[in-house]
Design a protein around this ligand. Structure first.
Ligand SMILES: [Zn+2]
Length: 400
């Protein structure tokens, strides 16, 4: 395996959509995404891979084996958030490309086909929901519903797929799925471990809520007569934190958005819109946490005389990856002499949906300082190479 070649590919891909500030803007289905897809497909063609594009624009590049069977698939995504780094997603795709280049260099003929998957719109920064390509691929989201998703300018996924030339008609049935990814968190970097053996992905629930009270004069309205919507939301926020601490075992709850109306210094807020993000890895605790988040929303409203509405916009269940696949990743890391630790993923990944259709696992490598979704995102080139080596080891076993 050629670590320098992998690093060069990461840097070249990182030039696509780069801004003067040094961050990468490769929003899904944008011109930069089209350019990145073009670059990648040109690299796939150099290896004489068969290229397929499915209706949601996922790209599959297949290296045929002796057998005409279901391929072992490695993959990730090449879209980014705004002002991103060059590793999130790209490492999984380019690490997979490096695996195929290595197989070619060594004239390895596998029994099963081996393929690279490039999933559309993993990030959800422009079109929601995130992980759109893998959700459609695995039947968790209808393709028509995905086509209808609009960005802030009212442009749809369906229109953009046609415009950039990636609305295909092909399909693929994977036998196994492996995803190499940067950890995007601090665990590996801070403990000095080289490989994260990902056992699963925590459940994620999102809500959009609104409290309605009564806007009134901040000077003349006595405290006991107020119906302060922002106060209700503030109390909710504090109680969400307490809930996460009480549930424990890695529970996290976040009020990421809060918008008081009218948002004026001398007016009691009559309305407050808020969001809640709750995550937990254990299925039972995830279910209990969701129930309690919803009752906290009601309780805070009752205490402050508010009416309330709540809409759940995401409910991705916790996922446990296939035990044999997880064991395989661990054994390959160990046989390469790489220190490793089993861990859940805090972020969502295409692998969590792929796990519904075939045995799946993920390989994490350290993010320096735990930084991600920002231009400061870094991973040491040796760690990128280590991750790709683990991927290669697994693929050689699975495709034999
Ligand atoms: Zn990613």
């Amino acid at each position: 395996m050629d670590g320098a070649r992998l690093e060069k590919a990461l840097r070249e891909m990182g030039e696509v959509g780069v801004t003067p500030s040094g961050g990468v803007n490769r929003l899904a289905l944008s011109d930069a995404d089209r350019e990145a897809r073009g670059l990648l497909v040109s690299w796939f063609r150099e290896l004489n891979l068969e290229i397929k594009v499915d209706p949601i624009g996922n790209i599959f590049a297949i290296r045929w084996g002796h057998e005409d069977s279901e391929p072992v698939v490695m993959g990730s995504h090449i879209d980014t958030v705004r002002d991103a780094g060059i590793y999130d997603g790209a490492l999984g795709v380019l690490g997979a490309l490096e695996v195929l280049r290595t197989l070619d260099d060594a004239d390895v003929e596998t029994v099963k086909p081996v393929a690279v998957a490039v999933f559309t719109n993993e990030e959800g920064a422009r079109f929601q929901p995130d992980m759109m390509g893998s959700m459609v691929f695995t039947g968790k989201l209808g393709v028509e519903e995905a086509y209808a998703s609009r960005d802030d300018d009212g442009v749809t996924v369906g229109q953009e797929l046609v415009r950039i030339g990636y609305r295909g008609e092909d399909s693929l049935t994977p036998s196994r799925y492996l995803e190499l990814h940067v950890e995007q968190g601090p665990v590996l970097h801070s403990t000095g471990q080289k490989i994260g053996v990902v056992e699963g992905v925590q459940g994620i629930a999102w809500w959009h809520g609104c409290y309605e009270g009564q806007a009134n004069h901040a000077g003349t309205t006595p405290i006991e007569l107020r119906r302060d919507a922002l106060l209700g939301a503030s109390e909710l926020n504090v109680r969400l934190r307490a809930l996460a601490e009480e549930l424990g075992r890695g529970s996290v709850a976040t009020m990421g958005r809060l918008r008081p109306v009218p948002d004026v210094i001398n007016v009691v807020p009559g309305e407050a819109e808020f969001t809640v993000d709750f995550r937990q890895y254990d299925m039972e605790l995830f279910t209990e946490g969701k129930r309690r988040v919803e009752s906290l929303v009601r309780e805070a409203a009752d205490r402050h005389g508010l009416s309330w509405s709540l809409r759940q916009s995401a409910d991705a269940q916790p996922v446990r990856f296939d035990g044999a696949m997880v064991d395989l990743v661990e054994s390959k890391a160990m046989s390469l002499g790489l220190s490793c630790t089993r861990m859940p993923s805090g972020a969502g990944h295409d692998a969590q949906f792929m796990s519904y259709v075939c045995p799946t696992a993920m390989v994490f490598v350290p993010s320096i300082g735990g930084r991600s979704h920002c231009r400061e995102e870094r991973t040491d080139p040796r760690d990128c190479e280590n991750g790709a080596r683990v991927l290669l080891g697994c693929v050689l076993d699975l495709s034999a």
